[in-house]
Design a protein. Structure first.
Lengths: 385, 326
């Protein structure tokens, strides 16, 4: 099923494990070099910046090739544009298989771009040919993304497949009646939880080892969707808009109290579970969801003015991280606040400084129109920038 | 981590028993690091605190409370700087490690509140009068001083942004397109000179070994400003656009040498993309300036893009190999 050479994929994973062991100071440099020669990888995977460049240029080529094709078929363009775009998508799929099969491209930018071009062209072409409803589109996207995810082990496609599945359920189930509308959030919660646990279980198994990185992305997607399906704000506004309830400002939805409980409880459960199981994904999504609690509560109840909330939040965050960092300076119960691997340390430091310039750049006093403060959005820096 | 992999390696004699034991030991006593979670929380905390203070001031302007708030902001800023001066390690031209994990964030908070303070003084009391340059010039000096004195890359980036604001442009590829009216000739020239200046500053940081690790920040900002100004020059000064294109080629060659020297994929990518943009502009102009403006020129254009992008792909693939093998 997987388009890439599986032995090389295994060797790639082995090479990563060896590198990790080397950076954790458990094996020596000689051992690392010897071990790496045992696991040769024949993929063409250039540096990340070259990958970005190849991605952009492949898109440029595709756009103008499509332009050229449409010029050639200019006379009958009105009727045939949909078929032309589908044909182009299939062409690009052929090119994708060719580059992977014959040229051994793996995450080279070319295969990434061709995958996206294929997907976009097929969906757009089908829509141009027929008048497809949202539910139909969700189904098409789900089928395509699942195929791409299984065949090309693509992380983003796995997330899109998961989201599309939820959309399919939403669009097909909710119109069934008022009872169905009320129970939609619960059904979605059940499905996301089900997928989450399946993915969790499957990613332990050896047979799905090539999908492990997709598994993490799927886990994150499902955790976020589970919380979104239970969050009061999302449920209320979604049902109000999609089902045309026409709620007034103070009106609530059926089972509103239950969703309030979920809104506040689920992030805490995530964090608790993350700490207990030492699961970084759960913990991080839980921390994110805490921010969502604050936004949800503040949206419906103006407890305090925004600047006071920011001040208090800032102080609490600084105090908590200060206390925890000091407390965990000596590892406790398997937790530490120290940085374990220096492998990516350099990387992160440079990115951090750019993030600071990005977020704070605009705080420069901008007097009159002459001075625009600026935030910086340039390229990031990596180990080999 | 895959334990059976290492056991197999050991059985085949590629790994010493000692190393295998070490790997097993680290696996059983594996610690869970929350380093980046805590760092992110700290960073968000600083962000919220300084943002909250700015909004607080903004909302309370013209009320009795604002002087109190102003005082609080000054106190926070001064307190942060005081802490930094007390805790800091002696200055050195080399990289100085921060004394503890909070130092960097306290310094950041100090700098941010300082900027709010100065901005407020200007807004409310017009301290600098109409000399707006001064209102950005002084924070810029302070930021550069703090960045060098305490060795902080983030503050250094902020200082460069302030320098650009002082020079009159917003240093941001994204926002330059939206906000900046690049049809103004002074801004193009200013940007061009600023870019040259920043690249020179980066070069001297590296050559004189004064905070060598600041070099990347200088040249990164400088490169983008320089390239964008040159492209803007090409688009704006219609009559002499080929001259600007020559300048662009010269700059690209300079960065090409630099990229090869520093084994930098990043500079290689950005110089390729900027040069490609310039080249494509020239080709489009040439095609449409030619007598035939019919459908033929559009065919020509499509062919040009397909062929040139393919060519550039081959170029990048070759350069990837070349830099890797350097």
């Amino acid at each position: 099923m997987i388009a890439y050479n599986k032995i090389w994929l295994d060797n790639l994973a082995a090479g990563e494990a060896i590198k990790d062991a080397f950076y954790a100071n458990t094996i020596s440099k000689d051992e690392k070099e010897v071990a790496e020669t045992i696991f040769p990888v024949g993929f063409y995977s250039p540096n990340i910046f070259i990958r970005i460049g190849l991605f952009i240029l492949t898109f440029v080529i595709a756009c103008f090739s499509l332009g050229l094709l449409s010029l050639i078929f200019m006379d009958s363009i009105e009727q045939s544009i949909g078929r032309l775009i589908i044909f182009f998508g299939l062409l690009s799929y052929g090119a994708l298989e060719f580059f992977i099969g014959a040229k051994n491209h793996y995450r080279s930018g070319v295969d990434d771009a061709l995958l996206w071009i294929t997907g976009i062209c097929l969906v757009a072409g089908l829509n141009l040919l027929n008048d497809i409803s949202s539910s139909g589109n969700a189904l098409i996207i789900f089928v395509l993304a699942t195929y791409f995810f299984l065949r090309f082990t693509d992380k983003l496609m796995s997330a899109i497949a998961g989201l599309a599945l939820l959309a399919v359920v939403f669009f097909y189930y909710s119109p069934l009646g008022s009872m169905a509308k009320t129970t939609t959030p619960f059904l979605l919660m059940g499905i996301t939880a089900f997928i989450y646990f399946i993915v969790k279980k499957r990613s332990q198994q050896n047979s799905s080892r090539h999908y492990r990185h997709c598994g993490i992305v799927l886990e994150i997607t499902m955790l976020i969707c589970f919380y979104a399906a239970a969050n009061y704000y999302v449920v209320r506004e979604m049902s109000n808009n999609m089902f045309h309830l026409g709620l007034n400002e103070n009106e609530s939805i059926p089972f509103g109290w239950l969703f309030w409980i979920f809104t506040i409880l689920i992030p805490l459960v995530y964090i608790f579970g993350g700490v207990q199981k030492k699961d970084a994904v759960l913990l991080r999504v839980g921390l994110l969801a805490v921010a969502a609690i604050v936004f949800t509560v503040r949206y419906y109840h103006t407890v305090l003015p925004v600047e006071i909330v920011m001040l208090l939040g800032g102080m609490i965050l600084i105090a908590v991280s200060y206390a925890l960092t000091n407390w965990l300076a000596q590892p406790k119960k398997g937790f530490t606040s120290a940085e374990l691997s220096r492998r990516y340390a350099m990387d992160k430091m440079n990115i951090e400084s750019l993030v600071i310039a990005e977020t704070f750049g605009s705080t420069v006093p901008a007097n009159e129109t002459k001075f625009g403060g600026g935030s910086f959005g340039g390229g990031g820096a990596s180990g080999e920038y | 981590m895959n334990l059976s992999l290492f056991e197999q390696l050991c059985a085949d004699g590629h790994l010493s028993d000692e190393s295998l034991q070490k790997i097993k030991a680290t696996r059983s006593g594996k610690l869970f690091s929350v380093h980046w979670e805590l760092k992110t929380m700290l960073y968000l905390g600083v962000l919220l605190l300084s943002g909250g203070l700015s909004i607080l001031v903004y909302k309370n302007i013209d009320t009795i409370g604002h002087q109190v708030i102003l005082f609080v902001i000054a106190a926070v800023s001064a307190g942060c700087f005081f802490y930094c001066f007390k805790k800091k390690l002696p200055y050195s031209n080399a990289k100085v490690v921060s004394p503890d994990s909070f130092f960097d964030y306290i310094l950041l908070l100090g700098c941010l509140t300082f900027i709010t303070f100065v901005g407020y003084l200007q807004f409310q009391y017009n301290v600098f009068g109409n000399r707006y340059g001064l209102a950005t010039f002084i924070p810029m000096l302070v930021l550069f001083f703090m960045a060098y004195y305490f060795d902080h890359l983030g503050v250094h980036s902020m200082a460069i942004t302030t320098l650009a604001a002082w020079a009159g442009i917003a240093v941001t590829p994204a926002r330059i397109l939206q906000q900046n009216d690049f049809n103004s000739e002074t801004i193009i020239i200013t940007g061009f000179l600023l870019g040259l200046f920043l690249i020179a500053a980066g070069y001297f940081s590296g050559a004189k070994k004064i905070k060598k690790h600041f070099e990347f920040t200088y040249s990164n900002f400088g490169t983008h400003i320089l390239f964008i100004s040159t492209l803007a020059g090409m688009f704006h000064f219609d009559a002499i656009y080929l001259l600007w294109f020559l300048v662009l080629c010269g700059i690209s060659y300079f960065f090409y040498r630099k990229a090869i020297r520093g084994r930098s994929f990043y500079y290689l990518l950005i110089l390729s993309l900027y040069l490609y943009t310039g080249l494509s502009y020239c080709v489009i102009r040439l095609i449409f300036d030619a007598a035939d403006r019919g459908i033929g020129s559009i065919y020509l254009l499509c062919l040009y893009f397909i062929l040139s992008a393919t060519g550039l792909i081959f170029f990048l693939i070759r350069m990837n190999k070349k830099i890797k093998n350097l």
